[in-house]
Design a protein around this ligand. Sequence first.
Ligand code: FES
Length: 277
Amino acid sequence: EVNADGYLILEKRLLAPETWSFIVQAPMVARGRKPGQFLMVAPFEKSERIPLTLADGDARKGWIRFVMVEVGATTKAMGKLNQGDKLFAVAGPMGRPTELVDEGTVVLVAGGYGSAAILPAAQALKARGQRVVTVLGGRSRERVLLAEELEAASDELIITTDDGTLGRKGIVTQPLAEILEREPVAEVVAVGPMPMMQAVSESTREKGIFTLVSLNALMVDGTGMCGGCRVSVGGEMKFACFDGPDFDGHKVDFNMLRMRQNWYKEDETAAQDHVCN
Ligand code: FES
């Protein structure tokens, strides 16, 4: 969709180094969005389209929020835009919404930029009165994103950092294991670096807890055409942009994904300027 007038940037805020939160006027996307969905943004007329996870929005006021990391030419140029500027094209919401159970406690686990993707799930669960426990991890204090928003949308928020500069020192799977020991959990949703999502899936496998992981980081053009987001799930080839981005963590072939270029990258769930492969 191209709105001849563009899409007004209402607010732009620095969350972490080279990491921006944008609030943009986009009423159609705001009305239709559900947890786990993404949008495609072409910031300029001739620029590539970037898949970005929807982090928040207001259907009544018509705004949406997303988090963008400067990693290539297009996102760096986009990082120079300011409040009052306009984005050329915004399309969405896209992707299948996150499947959230209707009853029981849901544990949300976010690593790094995964907090943007997890926030709408926390808000939706909170709105319908379900118990939400969120575990939020980052390398250091400055890499823990949207903690305030997640705290407001969760019954309990546990923060971990690799270096101990905020919350508990360590990784998200430690508090997750404690939660699984202490109370019944109906579902776990994990969004973050691939090794983290694999570790979360392994920790719930034996207990048979329904576990979703978001593979939005694999997306390249978000169209179902490039094949860059293919993943083997339960022995079947799927596309993250078309069949996902959420998949059953117990069925995802993480070992196949391990071969991919961005396995060890910190900012896997953030927008990236990809090269189609
Ligand atoms: Fe290109 Fe899914 S992102 S096919």
